[in-house]
Design a protein around this ligand. Sequence first.
Ligand SMILES: [Zn+2]
Length: 290
Amino acid sequence: MSDEKFLERLPLGVSVKGAKEGSLDWRTDFEPRELYVQDSRIIRDKSLKKKQIFTWLARVLAVGLESIAGLLVYQEFKRSGELVIPNVVLDLAIKDAQYLLLAIHVHNLGGKIENLRVACPYCESQFATELDLAKLKVEYAQESTTTITVKLPVGFDYLPSADSQFDFAGKKFNVFQFRIPTLRDFLSVENLVQSSDDQIWNNTLYARCLQKVLISDPQNAEFNGYAMLERDQTMLGTELFSRLRLKDIGAIATAFNSLPAVASRCDVTCSECRREVSVAVDSSFLLQTA
Ligand SMILES: [Zn+2]
C-alpha cells in the first residue's frame, strides 16, 4: 500500500537525544498510536489550533505517538496528567514533527481524505475532491546532519567590540551556521505569530537557532573561518538579522525552507475547468472524522 510511506521514516531525524551519532537507522523507529474518541478533546481543540498551532501540534503528537526512538511518548504524557509534553517530542525537528502529524493521520484514518472542498482560483467554481496523501512528495536527508550552514551573498558588517588583535575594516561576516529548528523553537516564538510583522518572528527564530557567525575569506588565511565572539553574537541578538541586506536574509530563508520535509501542498484537478489547483495540506482537515 502506497500510503505506508508515511509510516516509513522521518525526513530528517536529527534531534532525538541519545541517538547513535551519525546514524540515520533510528529514523524508522517511531510508532503511531491507535487513537480513541476520547482523544478528540485534544485533537479537535479548535481555539488552540487557531491561536497556538504549535502547542496544538505538540499535544497531538504527544497523544498520537506510542514512542519515538524507543522512548515512550503517550504514556509519559498521560502520566503528567496530559500537561507536560515529553522532551523527545519537543526536540523533534519541526519538519519531522509535521511529518509525524501526517503519519498519525494515516495510521488512524488512512491516506485518503475524501470530500475535501476546494475553490478553484481559475474558474472560481467550488468542487469536492479526494486528496491522496500518498501523492505528497517526501524528501529525505541523505546524511545525518544537525546544522544549516548558509553562505551569504554579501555578509554582515561588524567591528568586534574588544578584539583588537585584528583590523576588521572591510571584513564581512558572511557564513551563518544554525542548528536545525525544533518544535521547541517554534513553540518559543509561537506567540509572536500574531504580530503583524513576519520578519520579527523569523529573526527571533533565526537568533534562537544561531550557533556561529564566521568570516569566509579564502584570500586571507588570517580571517578565513574566524568566528564572531560569542559575547558580541549574544549582544547583537536579532539585530544580526535586521541589519542584513534583503539578499542575505533571503539566502537564510531559502536554506531554512529547503530542509528535507514532506510537501505542504498538493495538486488536484478542478472538476469544472480541469486545471491543476494547488491545495495546502494543513492541519485543518487532518484527523477530522466529521
Ligand atoms: Zn476550475
